[in-house]
Ligand binder design. Structure first.
Ligand code: FAD
Ligand code: AMP
Length: 478
């Protein structure tokens, strides 16, 4: 007889491992199957996020920002220094240590919560049976009352620029450069392209970003995307919009890239090229033909609003299902599914998932942007507060950007918070908390904010919605 669990999770990324821990906490016998191994060939839990995504990219963003500040940002504080140098292998090594600490932390959490960790490739068979192919090639079948599919996503390849893991790399390869490329190309001005382009630009690479669309950061509020384009360009990123890559040829240690823009065909040569054109769901060998689980037309596992698939007792979460490809979205879906398995009526508020781009300044938003609301015919009041008027931002010499609060003109309910500037990710989260509880701009304006903080910019932007900001001249009169 095969072993049977209450819950079996396939994939130990932020969707899968969080779901597994939650299930065990709620008293369900739980196993989590994961196949990813690190460079030493050891099982590494944590998925894309911990191994090759959120965390390693932020480690390099933080290191490269410190280098940039040490070179160009200290003199204004009266700190004189000379001869700052960089050690890229040490920087990349620090990142690897952080990854190791976190992935082994997940293994410890599995043990502490009683999750059975199984190394291998999981495949869903009919009747909620799961076939596991172990690293030694042996095959085991286990059974589950409930299955959670959390296999995540992988980078999209495009035929004009096939990844060779030497000159042409994807996001994973771009976290592993051992030296700063002189000329770096990035295909795609999305979140990943801008973050990785920023890392290597701060360390001295000449970075060119080729983006097929004419519009920059389509999902952001237009005021934010305009400010972002201006600032990132000033920082040295050469962002070419309307530039579609059509081909490439690797010659030894460089690559000649062909692209078309409004003026016709062009070529440009790079020492490294990062392909960052998006990610696609991983479903290879995940579902037996008779598993009953269906995919949608774009290859995502088909689920309802509660992540239930077409088979009762089988769920799918994270990057493999519709919606934004974000770690926090994956984790919350995992929690929702497990609580629903336990009989709770847990729902997830998909309207309030914050988005963040960890460039400098950071870019973050939650809720709807002004152009979306206008298109929907919603009348809004907008309050904006620039960090240039924030005492805390001045003290830190980090005054770029602004906070923008958008509220319903009739009810004053906050419908969107958009930030470009220092600690934007943290500020937007404060907006998200308020919005979850239905805050009005007036409510935010009436709250007491510590002084001096960057958060005061949110306070002032909320006050500005109704013409009541104190530290800037209000456009709107009360
Ligand atoms: P994954 O994290 O992809 O995990 C899926 C796991 O399942 C993998 O470990 C895989 O090996 C395993 N697996 C797949 N199939 C099987 C199988 N059949 N059997 C066994 N195991 C299997 N998101 C953010 O929110 N913030 C960020 O700052 C951020 N930065 C990012 C930076 C980069 C460079 C990248 C690439 C991504 C970033 N993301 C970020 C996105 C984030 O990493 C993903 O949204 C998140 O990891 C998705 O979680 P998941 O659990 O759905 O899948
Ligand atoms: P994201 O989906 O946010 O990761 O962003 C990926 C970006 O890559 C999108 O803005 C696409 O328009 C862009 N892109 C996709 N294919 C190409 C291409 N061949 N040349 C240039 N940009 C591309």
């Amino acid at each position: 007889m095969s072993q049977k669990f209450d819950v079996v999770v396939i994939g130990a990324g932020p969707g899968g491992y969080v779901a597994a821990i939650k299930a065990a906490q709620l008293g369900l016998s739980t196993a989590c199957i994961e196949k990813y191994t690190d460079k030493e060939g050891k099982l590494a839990l944590g998925g894309t996020c911990l191994n090759v995504g959120c965390i390693p990219s932020k480690a390099l963003l933080d290191s490269s920002w410190k280098f940039h500040e040490a070179q160009d940002g200290f003199a204004i504080h009266g700190i004189n220094h000379a001869g700052v140098t960089m050690d890229v292998p040490a920087m990349v090594g620090r990142k690897a240590n952080i990854v190791k600490g976190l992935t082994s932390g997940v293994a410890t959490l599995f043990k502490a919560n009683g999750v059975t960790s199984i190394q291998g490739h999981g495949k869903l068979l009919a009747g909620k049976k799961i076939e596991i192919t172990k690293p030694d090639g042996s095959v085991e079948v286990i059974e589950a009352e409930n299955v959670i599919l959390a296999p995540g996503s992988r980078p999209i390849d495009i035929p004009p620029a096939p990844v060779d893991n030497n000159v042409i790399v994807d996001s994973t390869g771009a976290l592993e450069f051992q030296a700063v490329p002189k000329r770096l190309g990035v295909i795609g001005a999305g979140v990943i392209g801008l973050e990785l382009g920023s890392v290597w630009s701060r360390l001295g690479a000449e970075v060119t970003v080729l983006e097929a669309l004419d519009t920059f950061l389509l999902a952001a509020d237009t005021a934010v995307s305009k400010e972002a384009l201006k600032t990132l360009t000033k920082q040295g990123l050469d962002i070419k919009l309307g530039a579609r890559v059509t081909g490439s040829k690797v010659n030894g240690e460089e690559v000649v890239v062909n692209y078309t823009d409004k003026d016709g065909e062009k070529t440009i040569t790079f020492d490294k090229l990062i392909v960052a054109v998006g990610r696609r769901p991983v479903t290879t060998d995940l579902l037996a033909a008779d598993s009953g689980v269906t995919l949608d037309e774009r290859g995502y596992v088909h689920v309802d609003d509660h992540c239930a698939t077409t088979v009762p007792g089988v769920y799918a979460i994270g990057d493999v299902v519709r919606g934004m490809m974000l770690a926090h979205k994956a984790s919350e879906e995992g929690i929702m599914v497990v609580e629903r398995i336990k009989g709770h009526k847990t729902q997830m508020n998909y309207d309030l998932i914050p988005s963040v781009i960890y460039t400098h300044p950071e870019i973050a938003w939650v809720g709807k942007n002004e152009q979306q609301l206008k298109a929907e015919g919603v009348e809004v009041n907008v309050g904006t507060f620039p960090f240039a008027a924030s005492g805390r931002a001045m003290a830190a010499n980090d005054t770029g950007g602004f906070v923008k609060v958008i509220a319903d003109a009739k009810t004053d309910r906050v419908l969107g918070v958009h930030v470009i500037g220092p600690s934007a990710a943290e500020l937007v989260q404060q907006g998200a908390i308020g919005m979850e509880f239905g805050t009005s701009a007036e409510d935010l304006g009436m709250m007491v904010f510590s002084h001096p903080t960057l958060s005061e910019a949110l306070h002032e932007a909320a006050l500005a919605v109704n013409g009541g900001a104190i530290h800037i001249a209000n456009r709107k009169k009360r």
